[in-house]
Ligand binder design. Structure first.
Ligand code: NAP
Length: 279
């Protein structure tokens, strides 16, 4: 029996807390504001930004989308991030990907004030996270842990395997699992015999961007599987990195796509923004 580890209920609870905090801040004269810097014409990125902006407005957080165009020079992006960091009316800053080919995400994100770095993109935030110091964690990584906690999945002394090592998802998720005393293995494109590692997982987190990469043969019986992947389909839908039909019946629990990690990620971005506005 594979439990459905959905995220919509948890996301709604976080959004309700955020809305109450945003109303208090607004009444006290500090209306929370999030700024999203965009330098791409990518349609799935535009869809994601619209969804953040819509959810922010619904919870009482103003959201400005600063679209610099897909030919923006790295210096132009850096200048904008620095200006938003200086602006006292802005409490959260997100640098959206993809970026123009000559722009290096981590390099530009270092221009985001760590106090406003609500998606944990500044390398300083990532370093602090790795050192166990207070910092905003990347919202997706935090969403993985929040979902595991919400569904009461124990982590202490368990084997956790993370497939994917990006700075935005894989690495910070591994750090957060390590902080919870899981034994953590990180796999990537050059991992030999992926199955050998994934089958050792009590908790398997997949963040690759490859539809249906993970099938029943990669999963131990009763393992908890968190599918971070969001891959657009030709009919306008989304599929994860895990073949849900294949692992259902073998895994102990699986997050749906959509409706799993995604809504919790957005809710946490907004939670970070009100935390930043509170100072
Ligand atoms: P990314 O930067 O492209 O990183 C993908 C990672 O997967 C890389 O570390 C890569 O290894 C690894 N990989 C690629 N092919 C592999 C294979 N065959 N076997 C094992 N590892 C492989 O992607 P990302 O930004 O981390 O995002 C990953 C997925 O999560 C995407 O589908 C993205 O859309 C989704 N996402 C979802 C949310 C959400 O809120 N739900 C948020 C962010 C991202 P190398 O490092 O060796 O290249």
């Amino acid at each position: 029996m594979t439990a459905n580890l959905g995220g919509t209920e948890l996301a709604a609870a976080i959004r309700a807390e955020v809305a109450a905090a945003a109303a208090e801040l607004t009444a006290a004269g500090t209306p929370p504001r999030l700024a999203v810097v965009v330098a791409t014409a990518d349609e799935s990125s535009a869809w994601y930004v619209r969804s953040i902006a819509r959810t922010a407005e619904k919870t009482g957080i103003a959201c400005s989308v600063v679209d610099l165009g897909d030919t923006a020079a790295p210096d132009r992006i850096r200048t904008e991030l620095a200006a938003l960091s200086e602006d006292p009316a802005v409490h959260g800053i997100i640098l959206q990907t993809p970026l123009p080919p000559d722009a290096i995400f981590e390099d530009l994100a270092s221009a985001i004030d760590p106090a406003k770095d609500v998606d944990g993109a500044n390398p300083l935030s990532l370093g602090r996270l790795a050192a166990g110091l207070p910092a905003f964690a990347p919202a997706t990584a935090e969403a993985v842990l929040a979902l595991l906690d919400h569904h009461e999945v124990p982590l202490y002394a368990r084997n956790a395997v993370v497939v994917g090592r990006s700075n935005v998802v894989g690495k910070p998720t591994a750090q957060l699992l390590l902080q919870r005393d899981a034994t953590v293995t990180i796999c990537h494109r050059f991992t030999k015999d992926l199955r050998q590692f994934t089958r050792s997982a009590d908790v398997l987190v997949v963040a690759v961007g490859h539809p249906k990469l993970i099938t029943a043969e990669h999963v131990a019986e009763d393992a908890i599987v968190i599918d971070v992947g969001t891959n657009p389909t030709s009919d306008g839908g989304l599929v994860g990195d895990v073949d849900a039909d294949s692992v259902t019946g073998r895994a102990g629990g699986l997050t749906p796509v959509p409706g799993g990690v995604g809504p919790v990620t957005t809710a946490l971005l907004l939670q970070h923004t009100v935390a930043s506005a509170r100072g």
